[in-house]
Design a protein around this ligand. Structure first.
Ligand code: 8YV
Length: 312
């Protein structure tokens, strides 16, 4: 029997490519000289698509795939996928939820601890010989502080679980109040920012959350406040963030995501009250393996039973 055809938008690991090719006849869109021209000519031949939160699937690409039935994406973010257009056509979309919750939440805790206790900054101080001349300035406590979560979903809940070990008080802001949550709900993000010591962003990206963390929200968080972003760069107005960090309106920021990755604003690179990471929230051996396996399992489930395992 011939292998089912899969169109893949962008590359993943060699291991994934090997495993995918074992079961599917894979076409690598990124290797085509003119991907859009290729899609125009051959797009009708694909029912299955593999992609990632990074590479997504645009409305233009989707339009050139008239027979597409299922999209299996690596990652939980779907702001790069033309979800509405796919849903209108009854195309199933799967992502890789849950398997990355722990690692992303671990990283959010790491960013909270670093930005308040100034781990990296004090290490830079030591390496530069600063300790020989004097003590590093006092930092700020993490335990017992107020944690405001923006987007209390699967990852947000994993952050809260960890924060309970730090005796932190938790409130959250979502579009609507959760029925079964023991935590205080703030309908207004500005109110949450006023209350919180740490504002941790674990919400979806895309139009619904674009720049919701603006100059006003950052000012409300205040000179002792810290914003942590493990969601999407688009959630924060990056220019407003730079200004707030530069003039001390905001205390600090721990950022794993940026508006124009992999570009990071020059101004952030020179600030000492920020920790900047290259979008590594889910980037551990264990989690990335599970994400790869789930992308394959979703494709297999669709081929065998017509239903992806973890639909969006
Ligand atoms: C990955 C992510 O870096 O899950 C997401 O939405 O942003 C990360 O886990 C990304 O999926 C890689 O494409």
């Amino acid at each position: 029997m011939s292998k089912p055809k899969v169109l893949q938008i962008g590359p993943l690991t060699d291991r994934f490519q090997h495993n995918l090719a074992e079961h599917y006849d894979v076409t690598a869109l990124w290797q085509q000289a003119d991907p859009q021209a290729f899609l125009k000519e051959h797009g009708a031949g694909f029912e299955l698509l593999a992609t990632s939160a990074r590479f997504g699937c645009s409305a233009e690409q989707l339009a050139a795939l008239p027979n597409l039935k299922a999209i299996s994406s690596f990652g939980v973010g779907y702001d790069s996928i033309a979800v509405d257009a796919a849903r209108d056509r009854g195309i199933q979309i799967s992502t890789t939820p849950d398997v990355l919750n722990d690692c992303v939440a671990d990283l959010a805790m790491g960013l909270m601890i670093d930005t308040s206790r100034k781990l990296a900054a004090s290490e830079r101080f030591l390496r530069a010989g600063g300790w020989l001349k004097g003590n590093f300035p006092l930092a700020r406590r993490v335990s017992g502080k107020r944690l405001g979560i923006v987007g209390l979903g699967r990852i947000g809940q994993a952050v809260v679980k960890r924060a309970s070990g730090f005796d932190m008080e938790v409130r959250y802001h979502n579009r609507s109040k959760l029925n079964d949550s023991p935590y205080g709900y703030e309908a207004n993000l500005l109110d949450l920012a006023h209350w919180a010591d740490f504002l941790v962003l674990t919400c979806v990206g895309g139009a619904s959350t674009h720049h919701i963390v603006n100059a006003q929200v950052l000012a409300a968080l205040g000179p002792k406040g810290i914003v942590i972003n493990v969601a999407r760069g688009s959630v924060i107005d990056e220019q407003a963030l730079v200004a707030a960090l530069q003039d001390g309106t905001l205390g600090g920021a721990g950022l794993d995501v940026f508006e124009a990755e992999p570009q990071v604003p020059e101004a952030l690179l020179s600030l000492d009250n920020v920790m900047l990471l290259p979008h590594v929230g889910s980037a551990t051996e264990e989690t990335r393996l599970q994400m790869e396996e789930l992308v394959l399992a979703n494709l297999a489930a669709f081929v065998e039973r017509g239903q992806v395992l973890t639909p969006l």
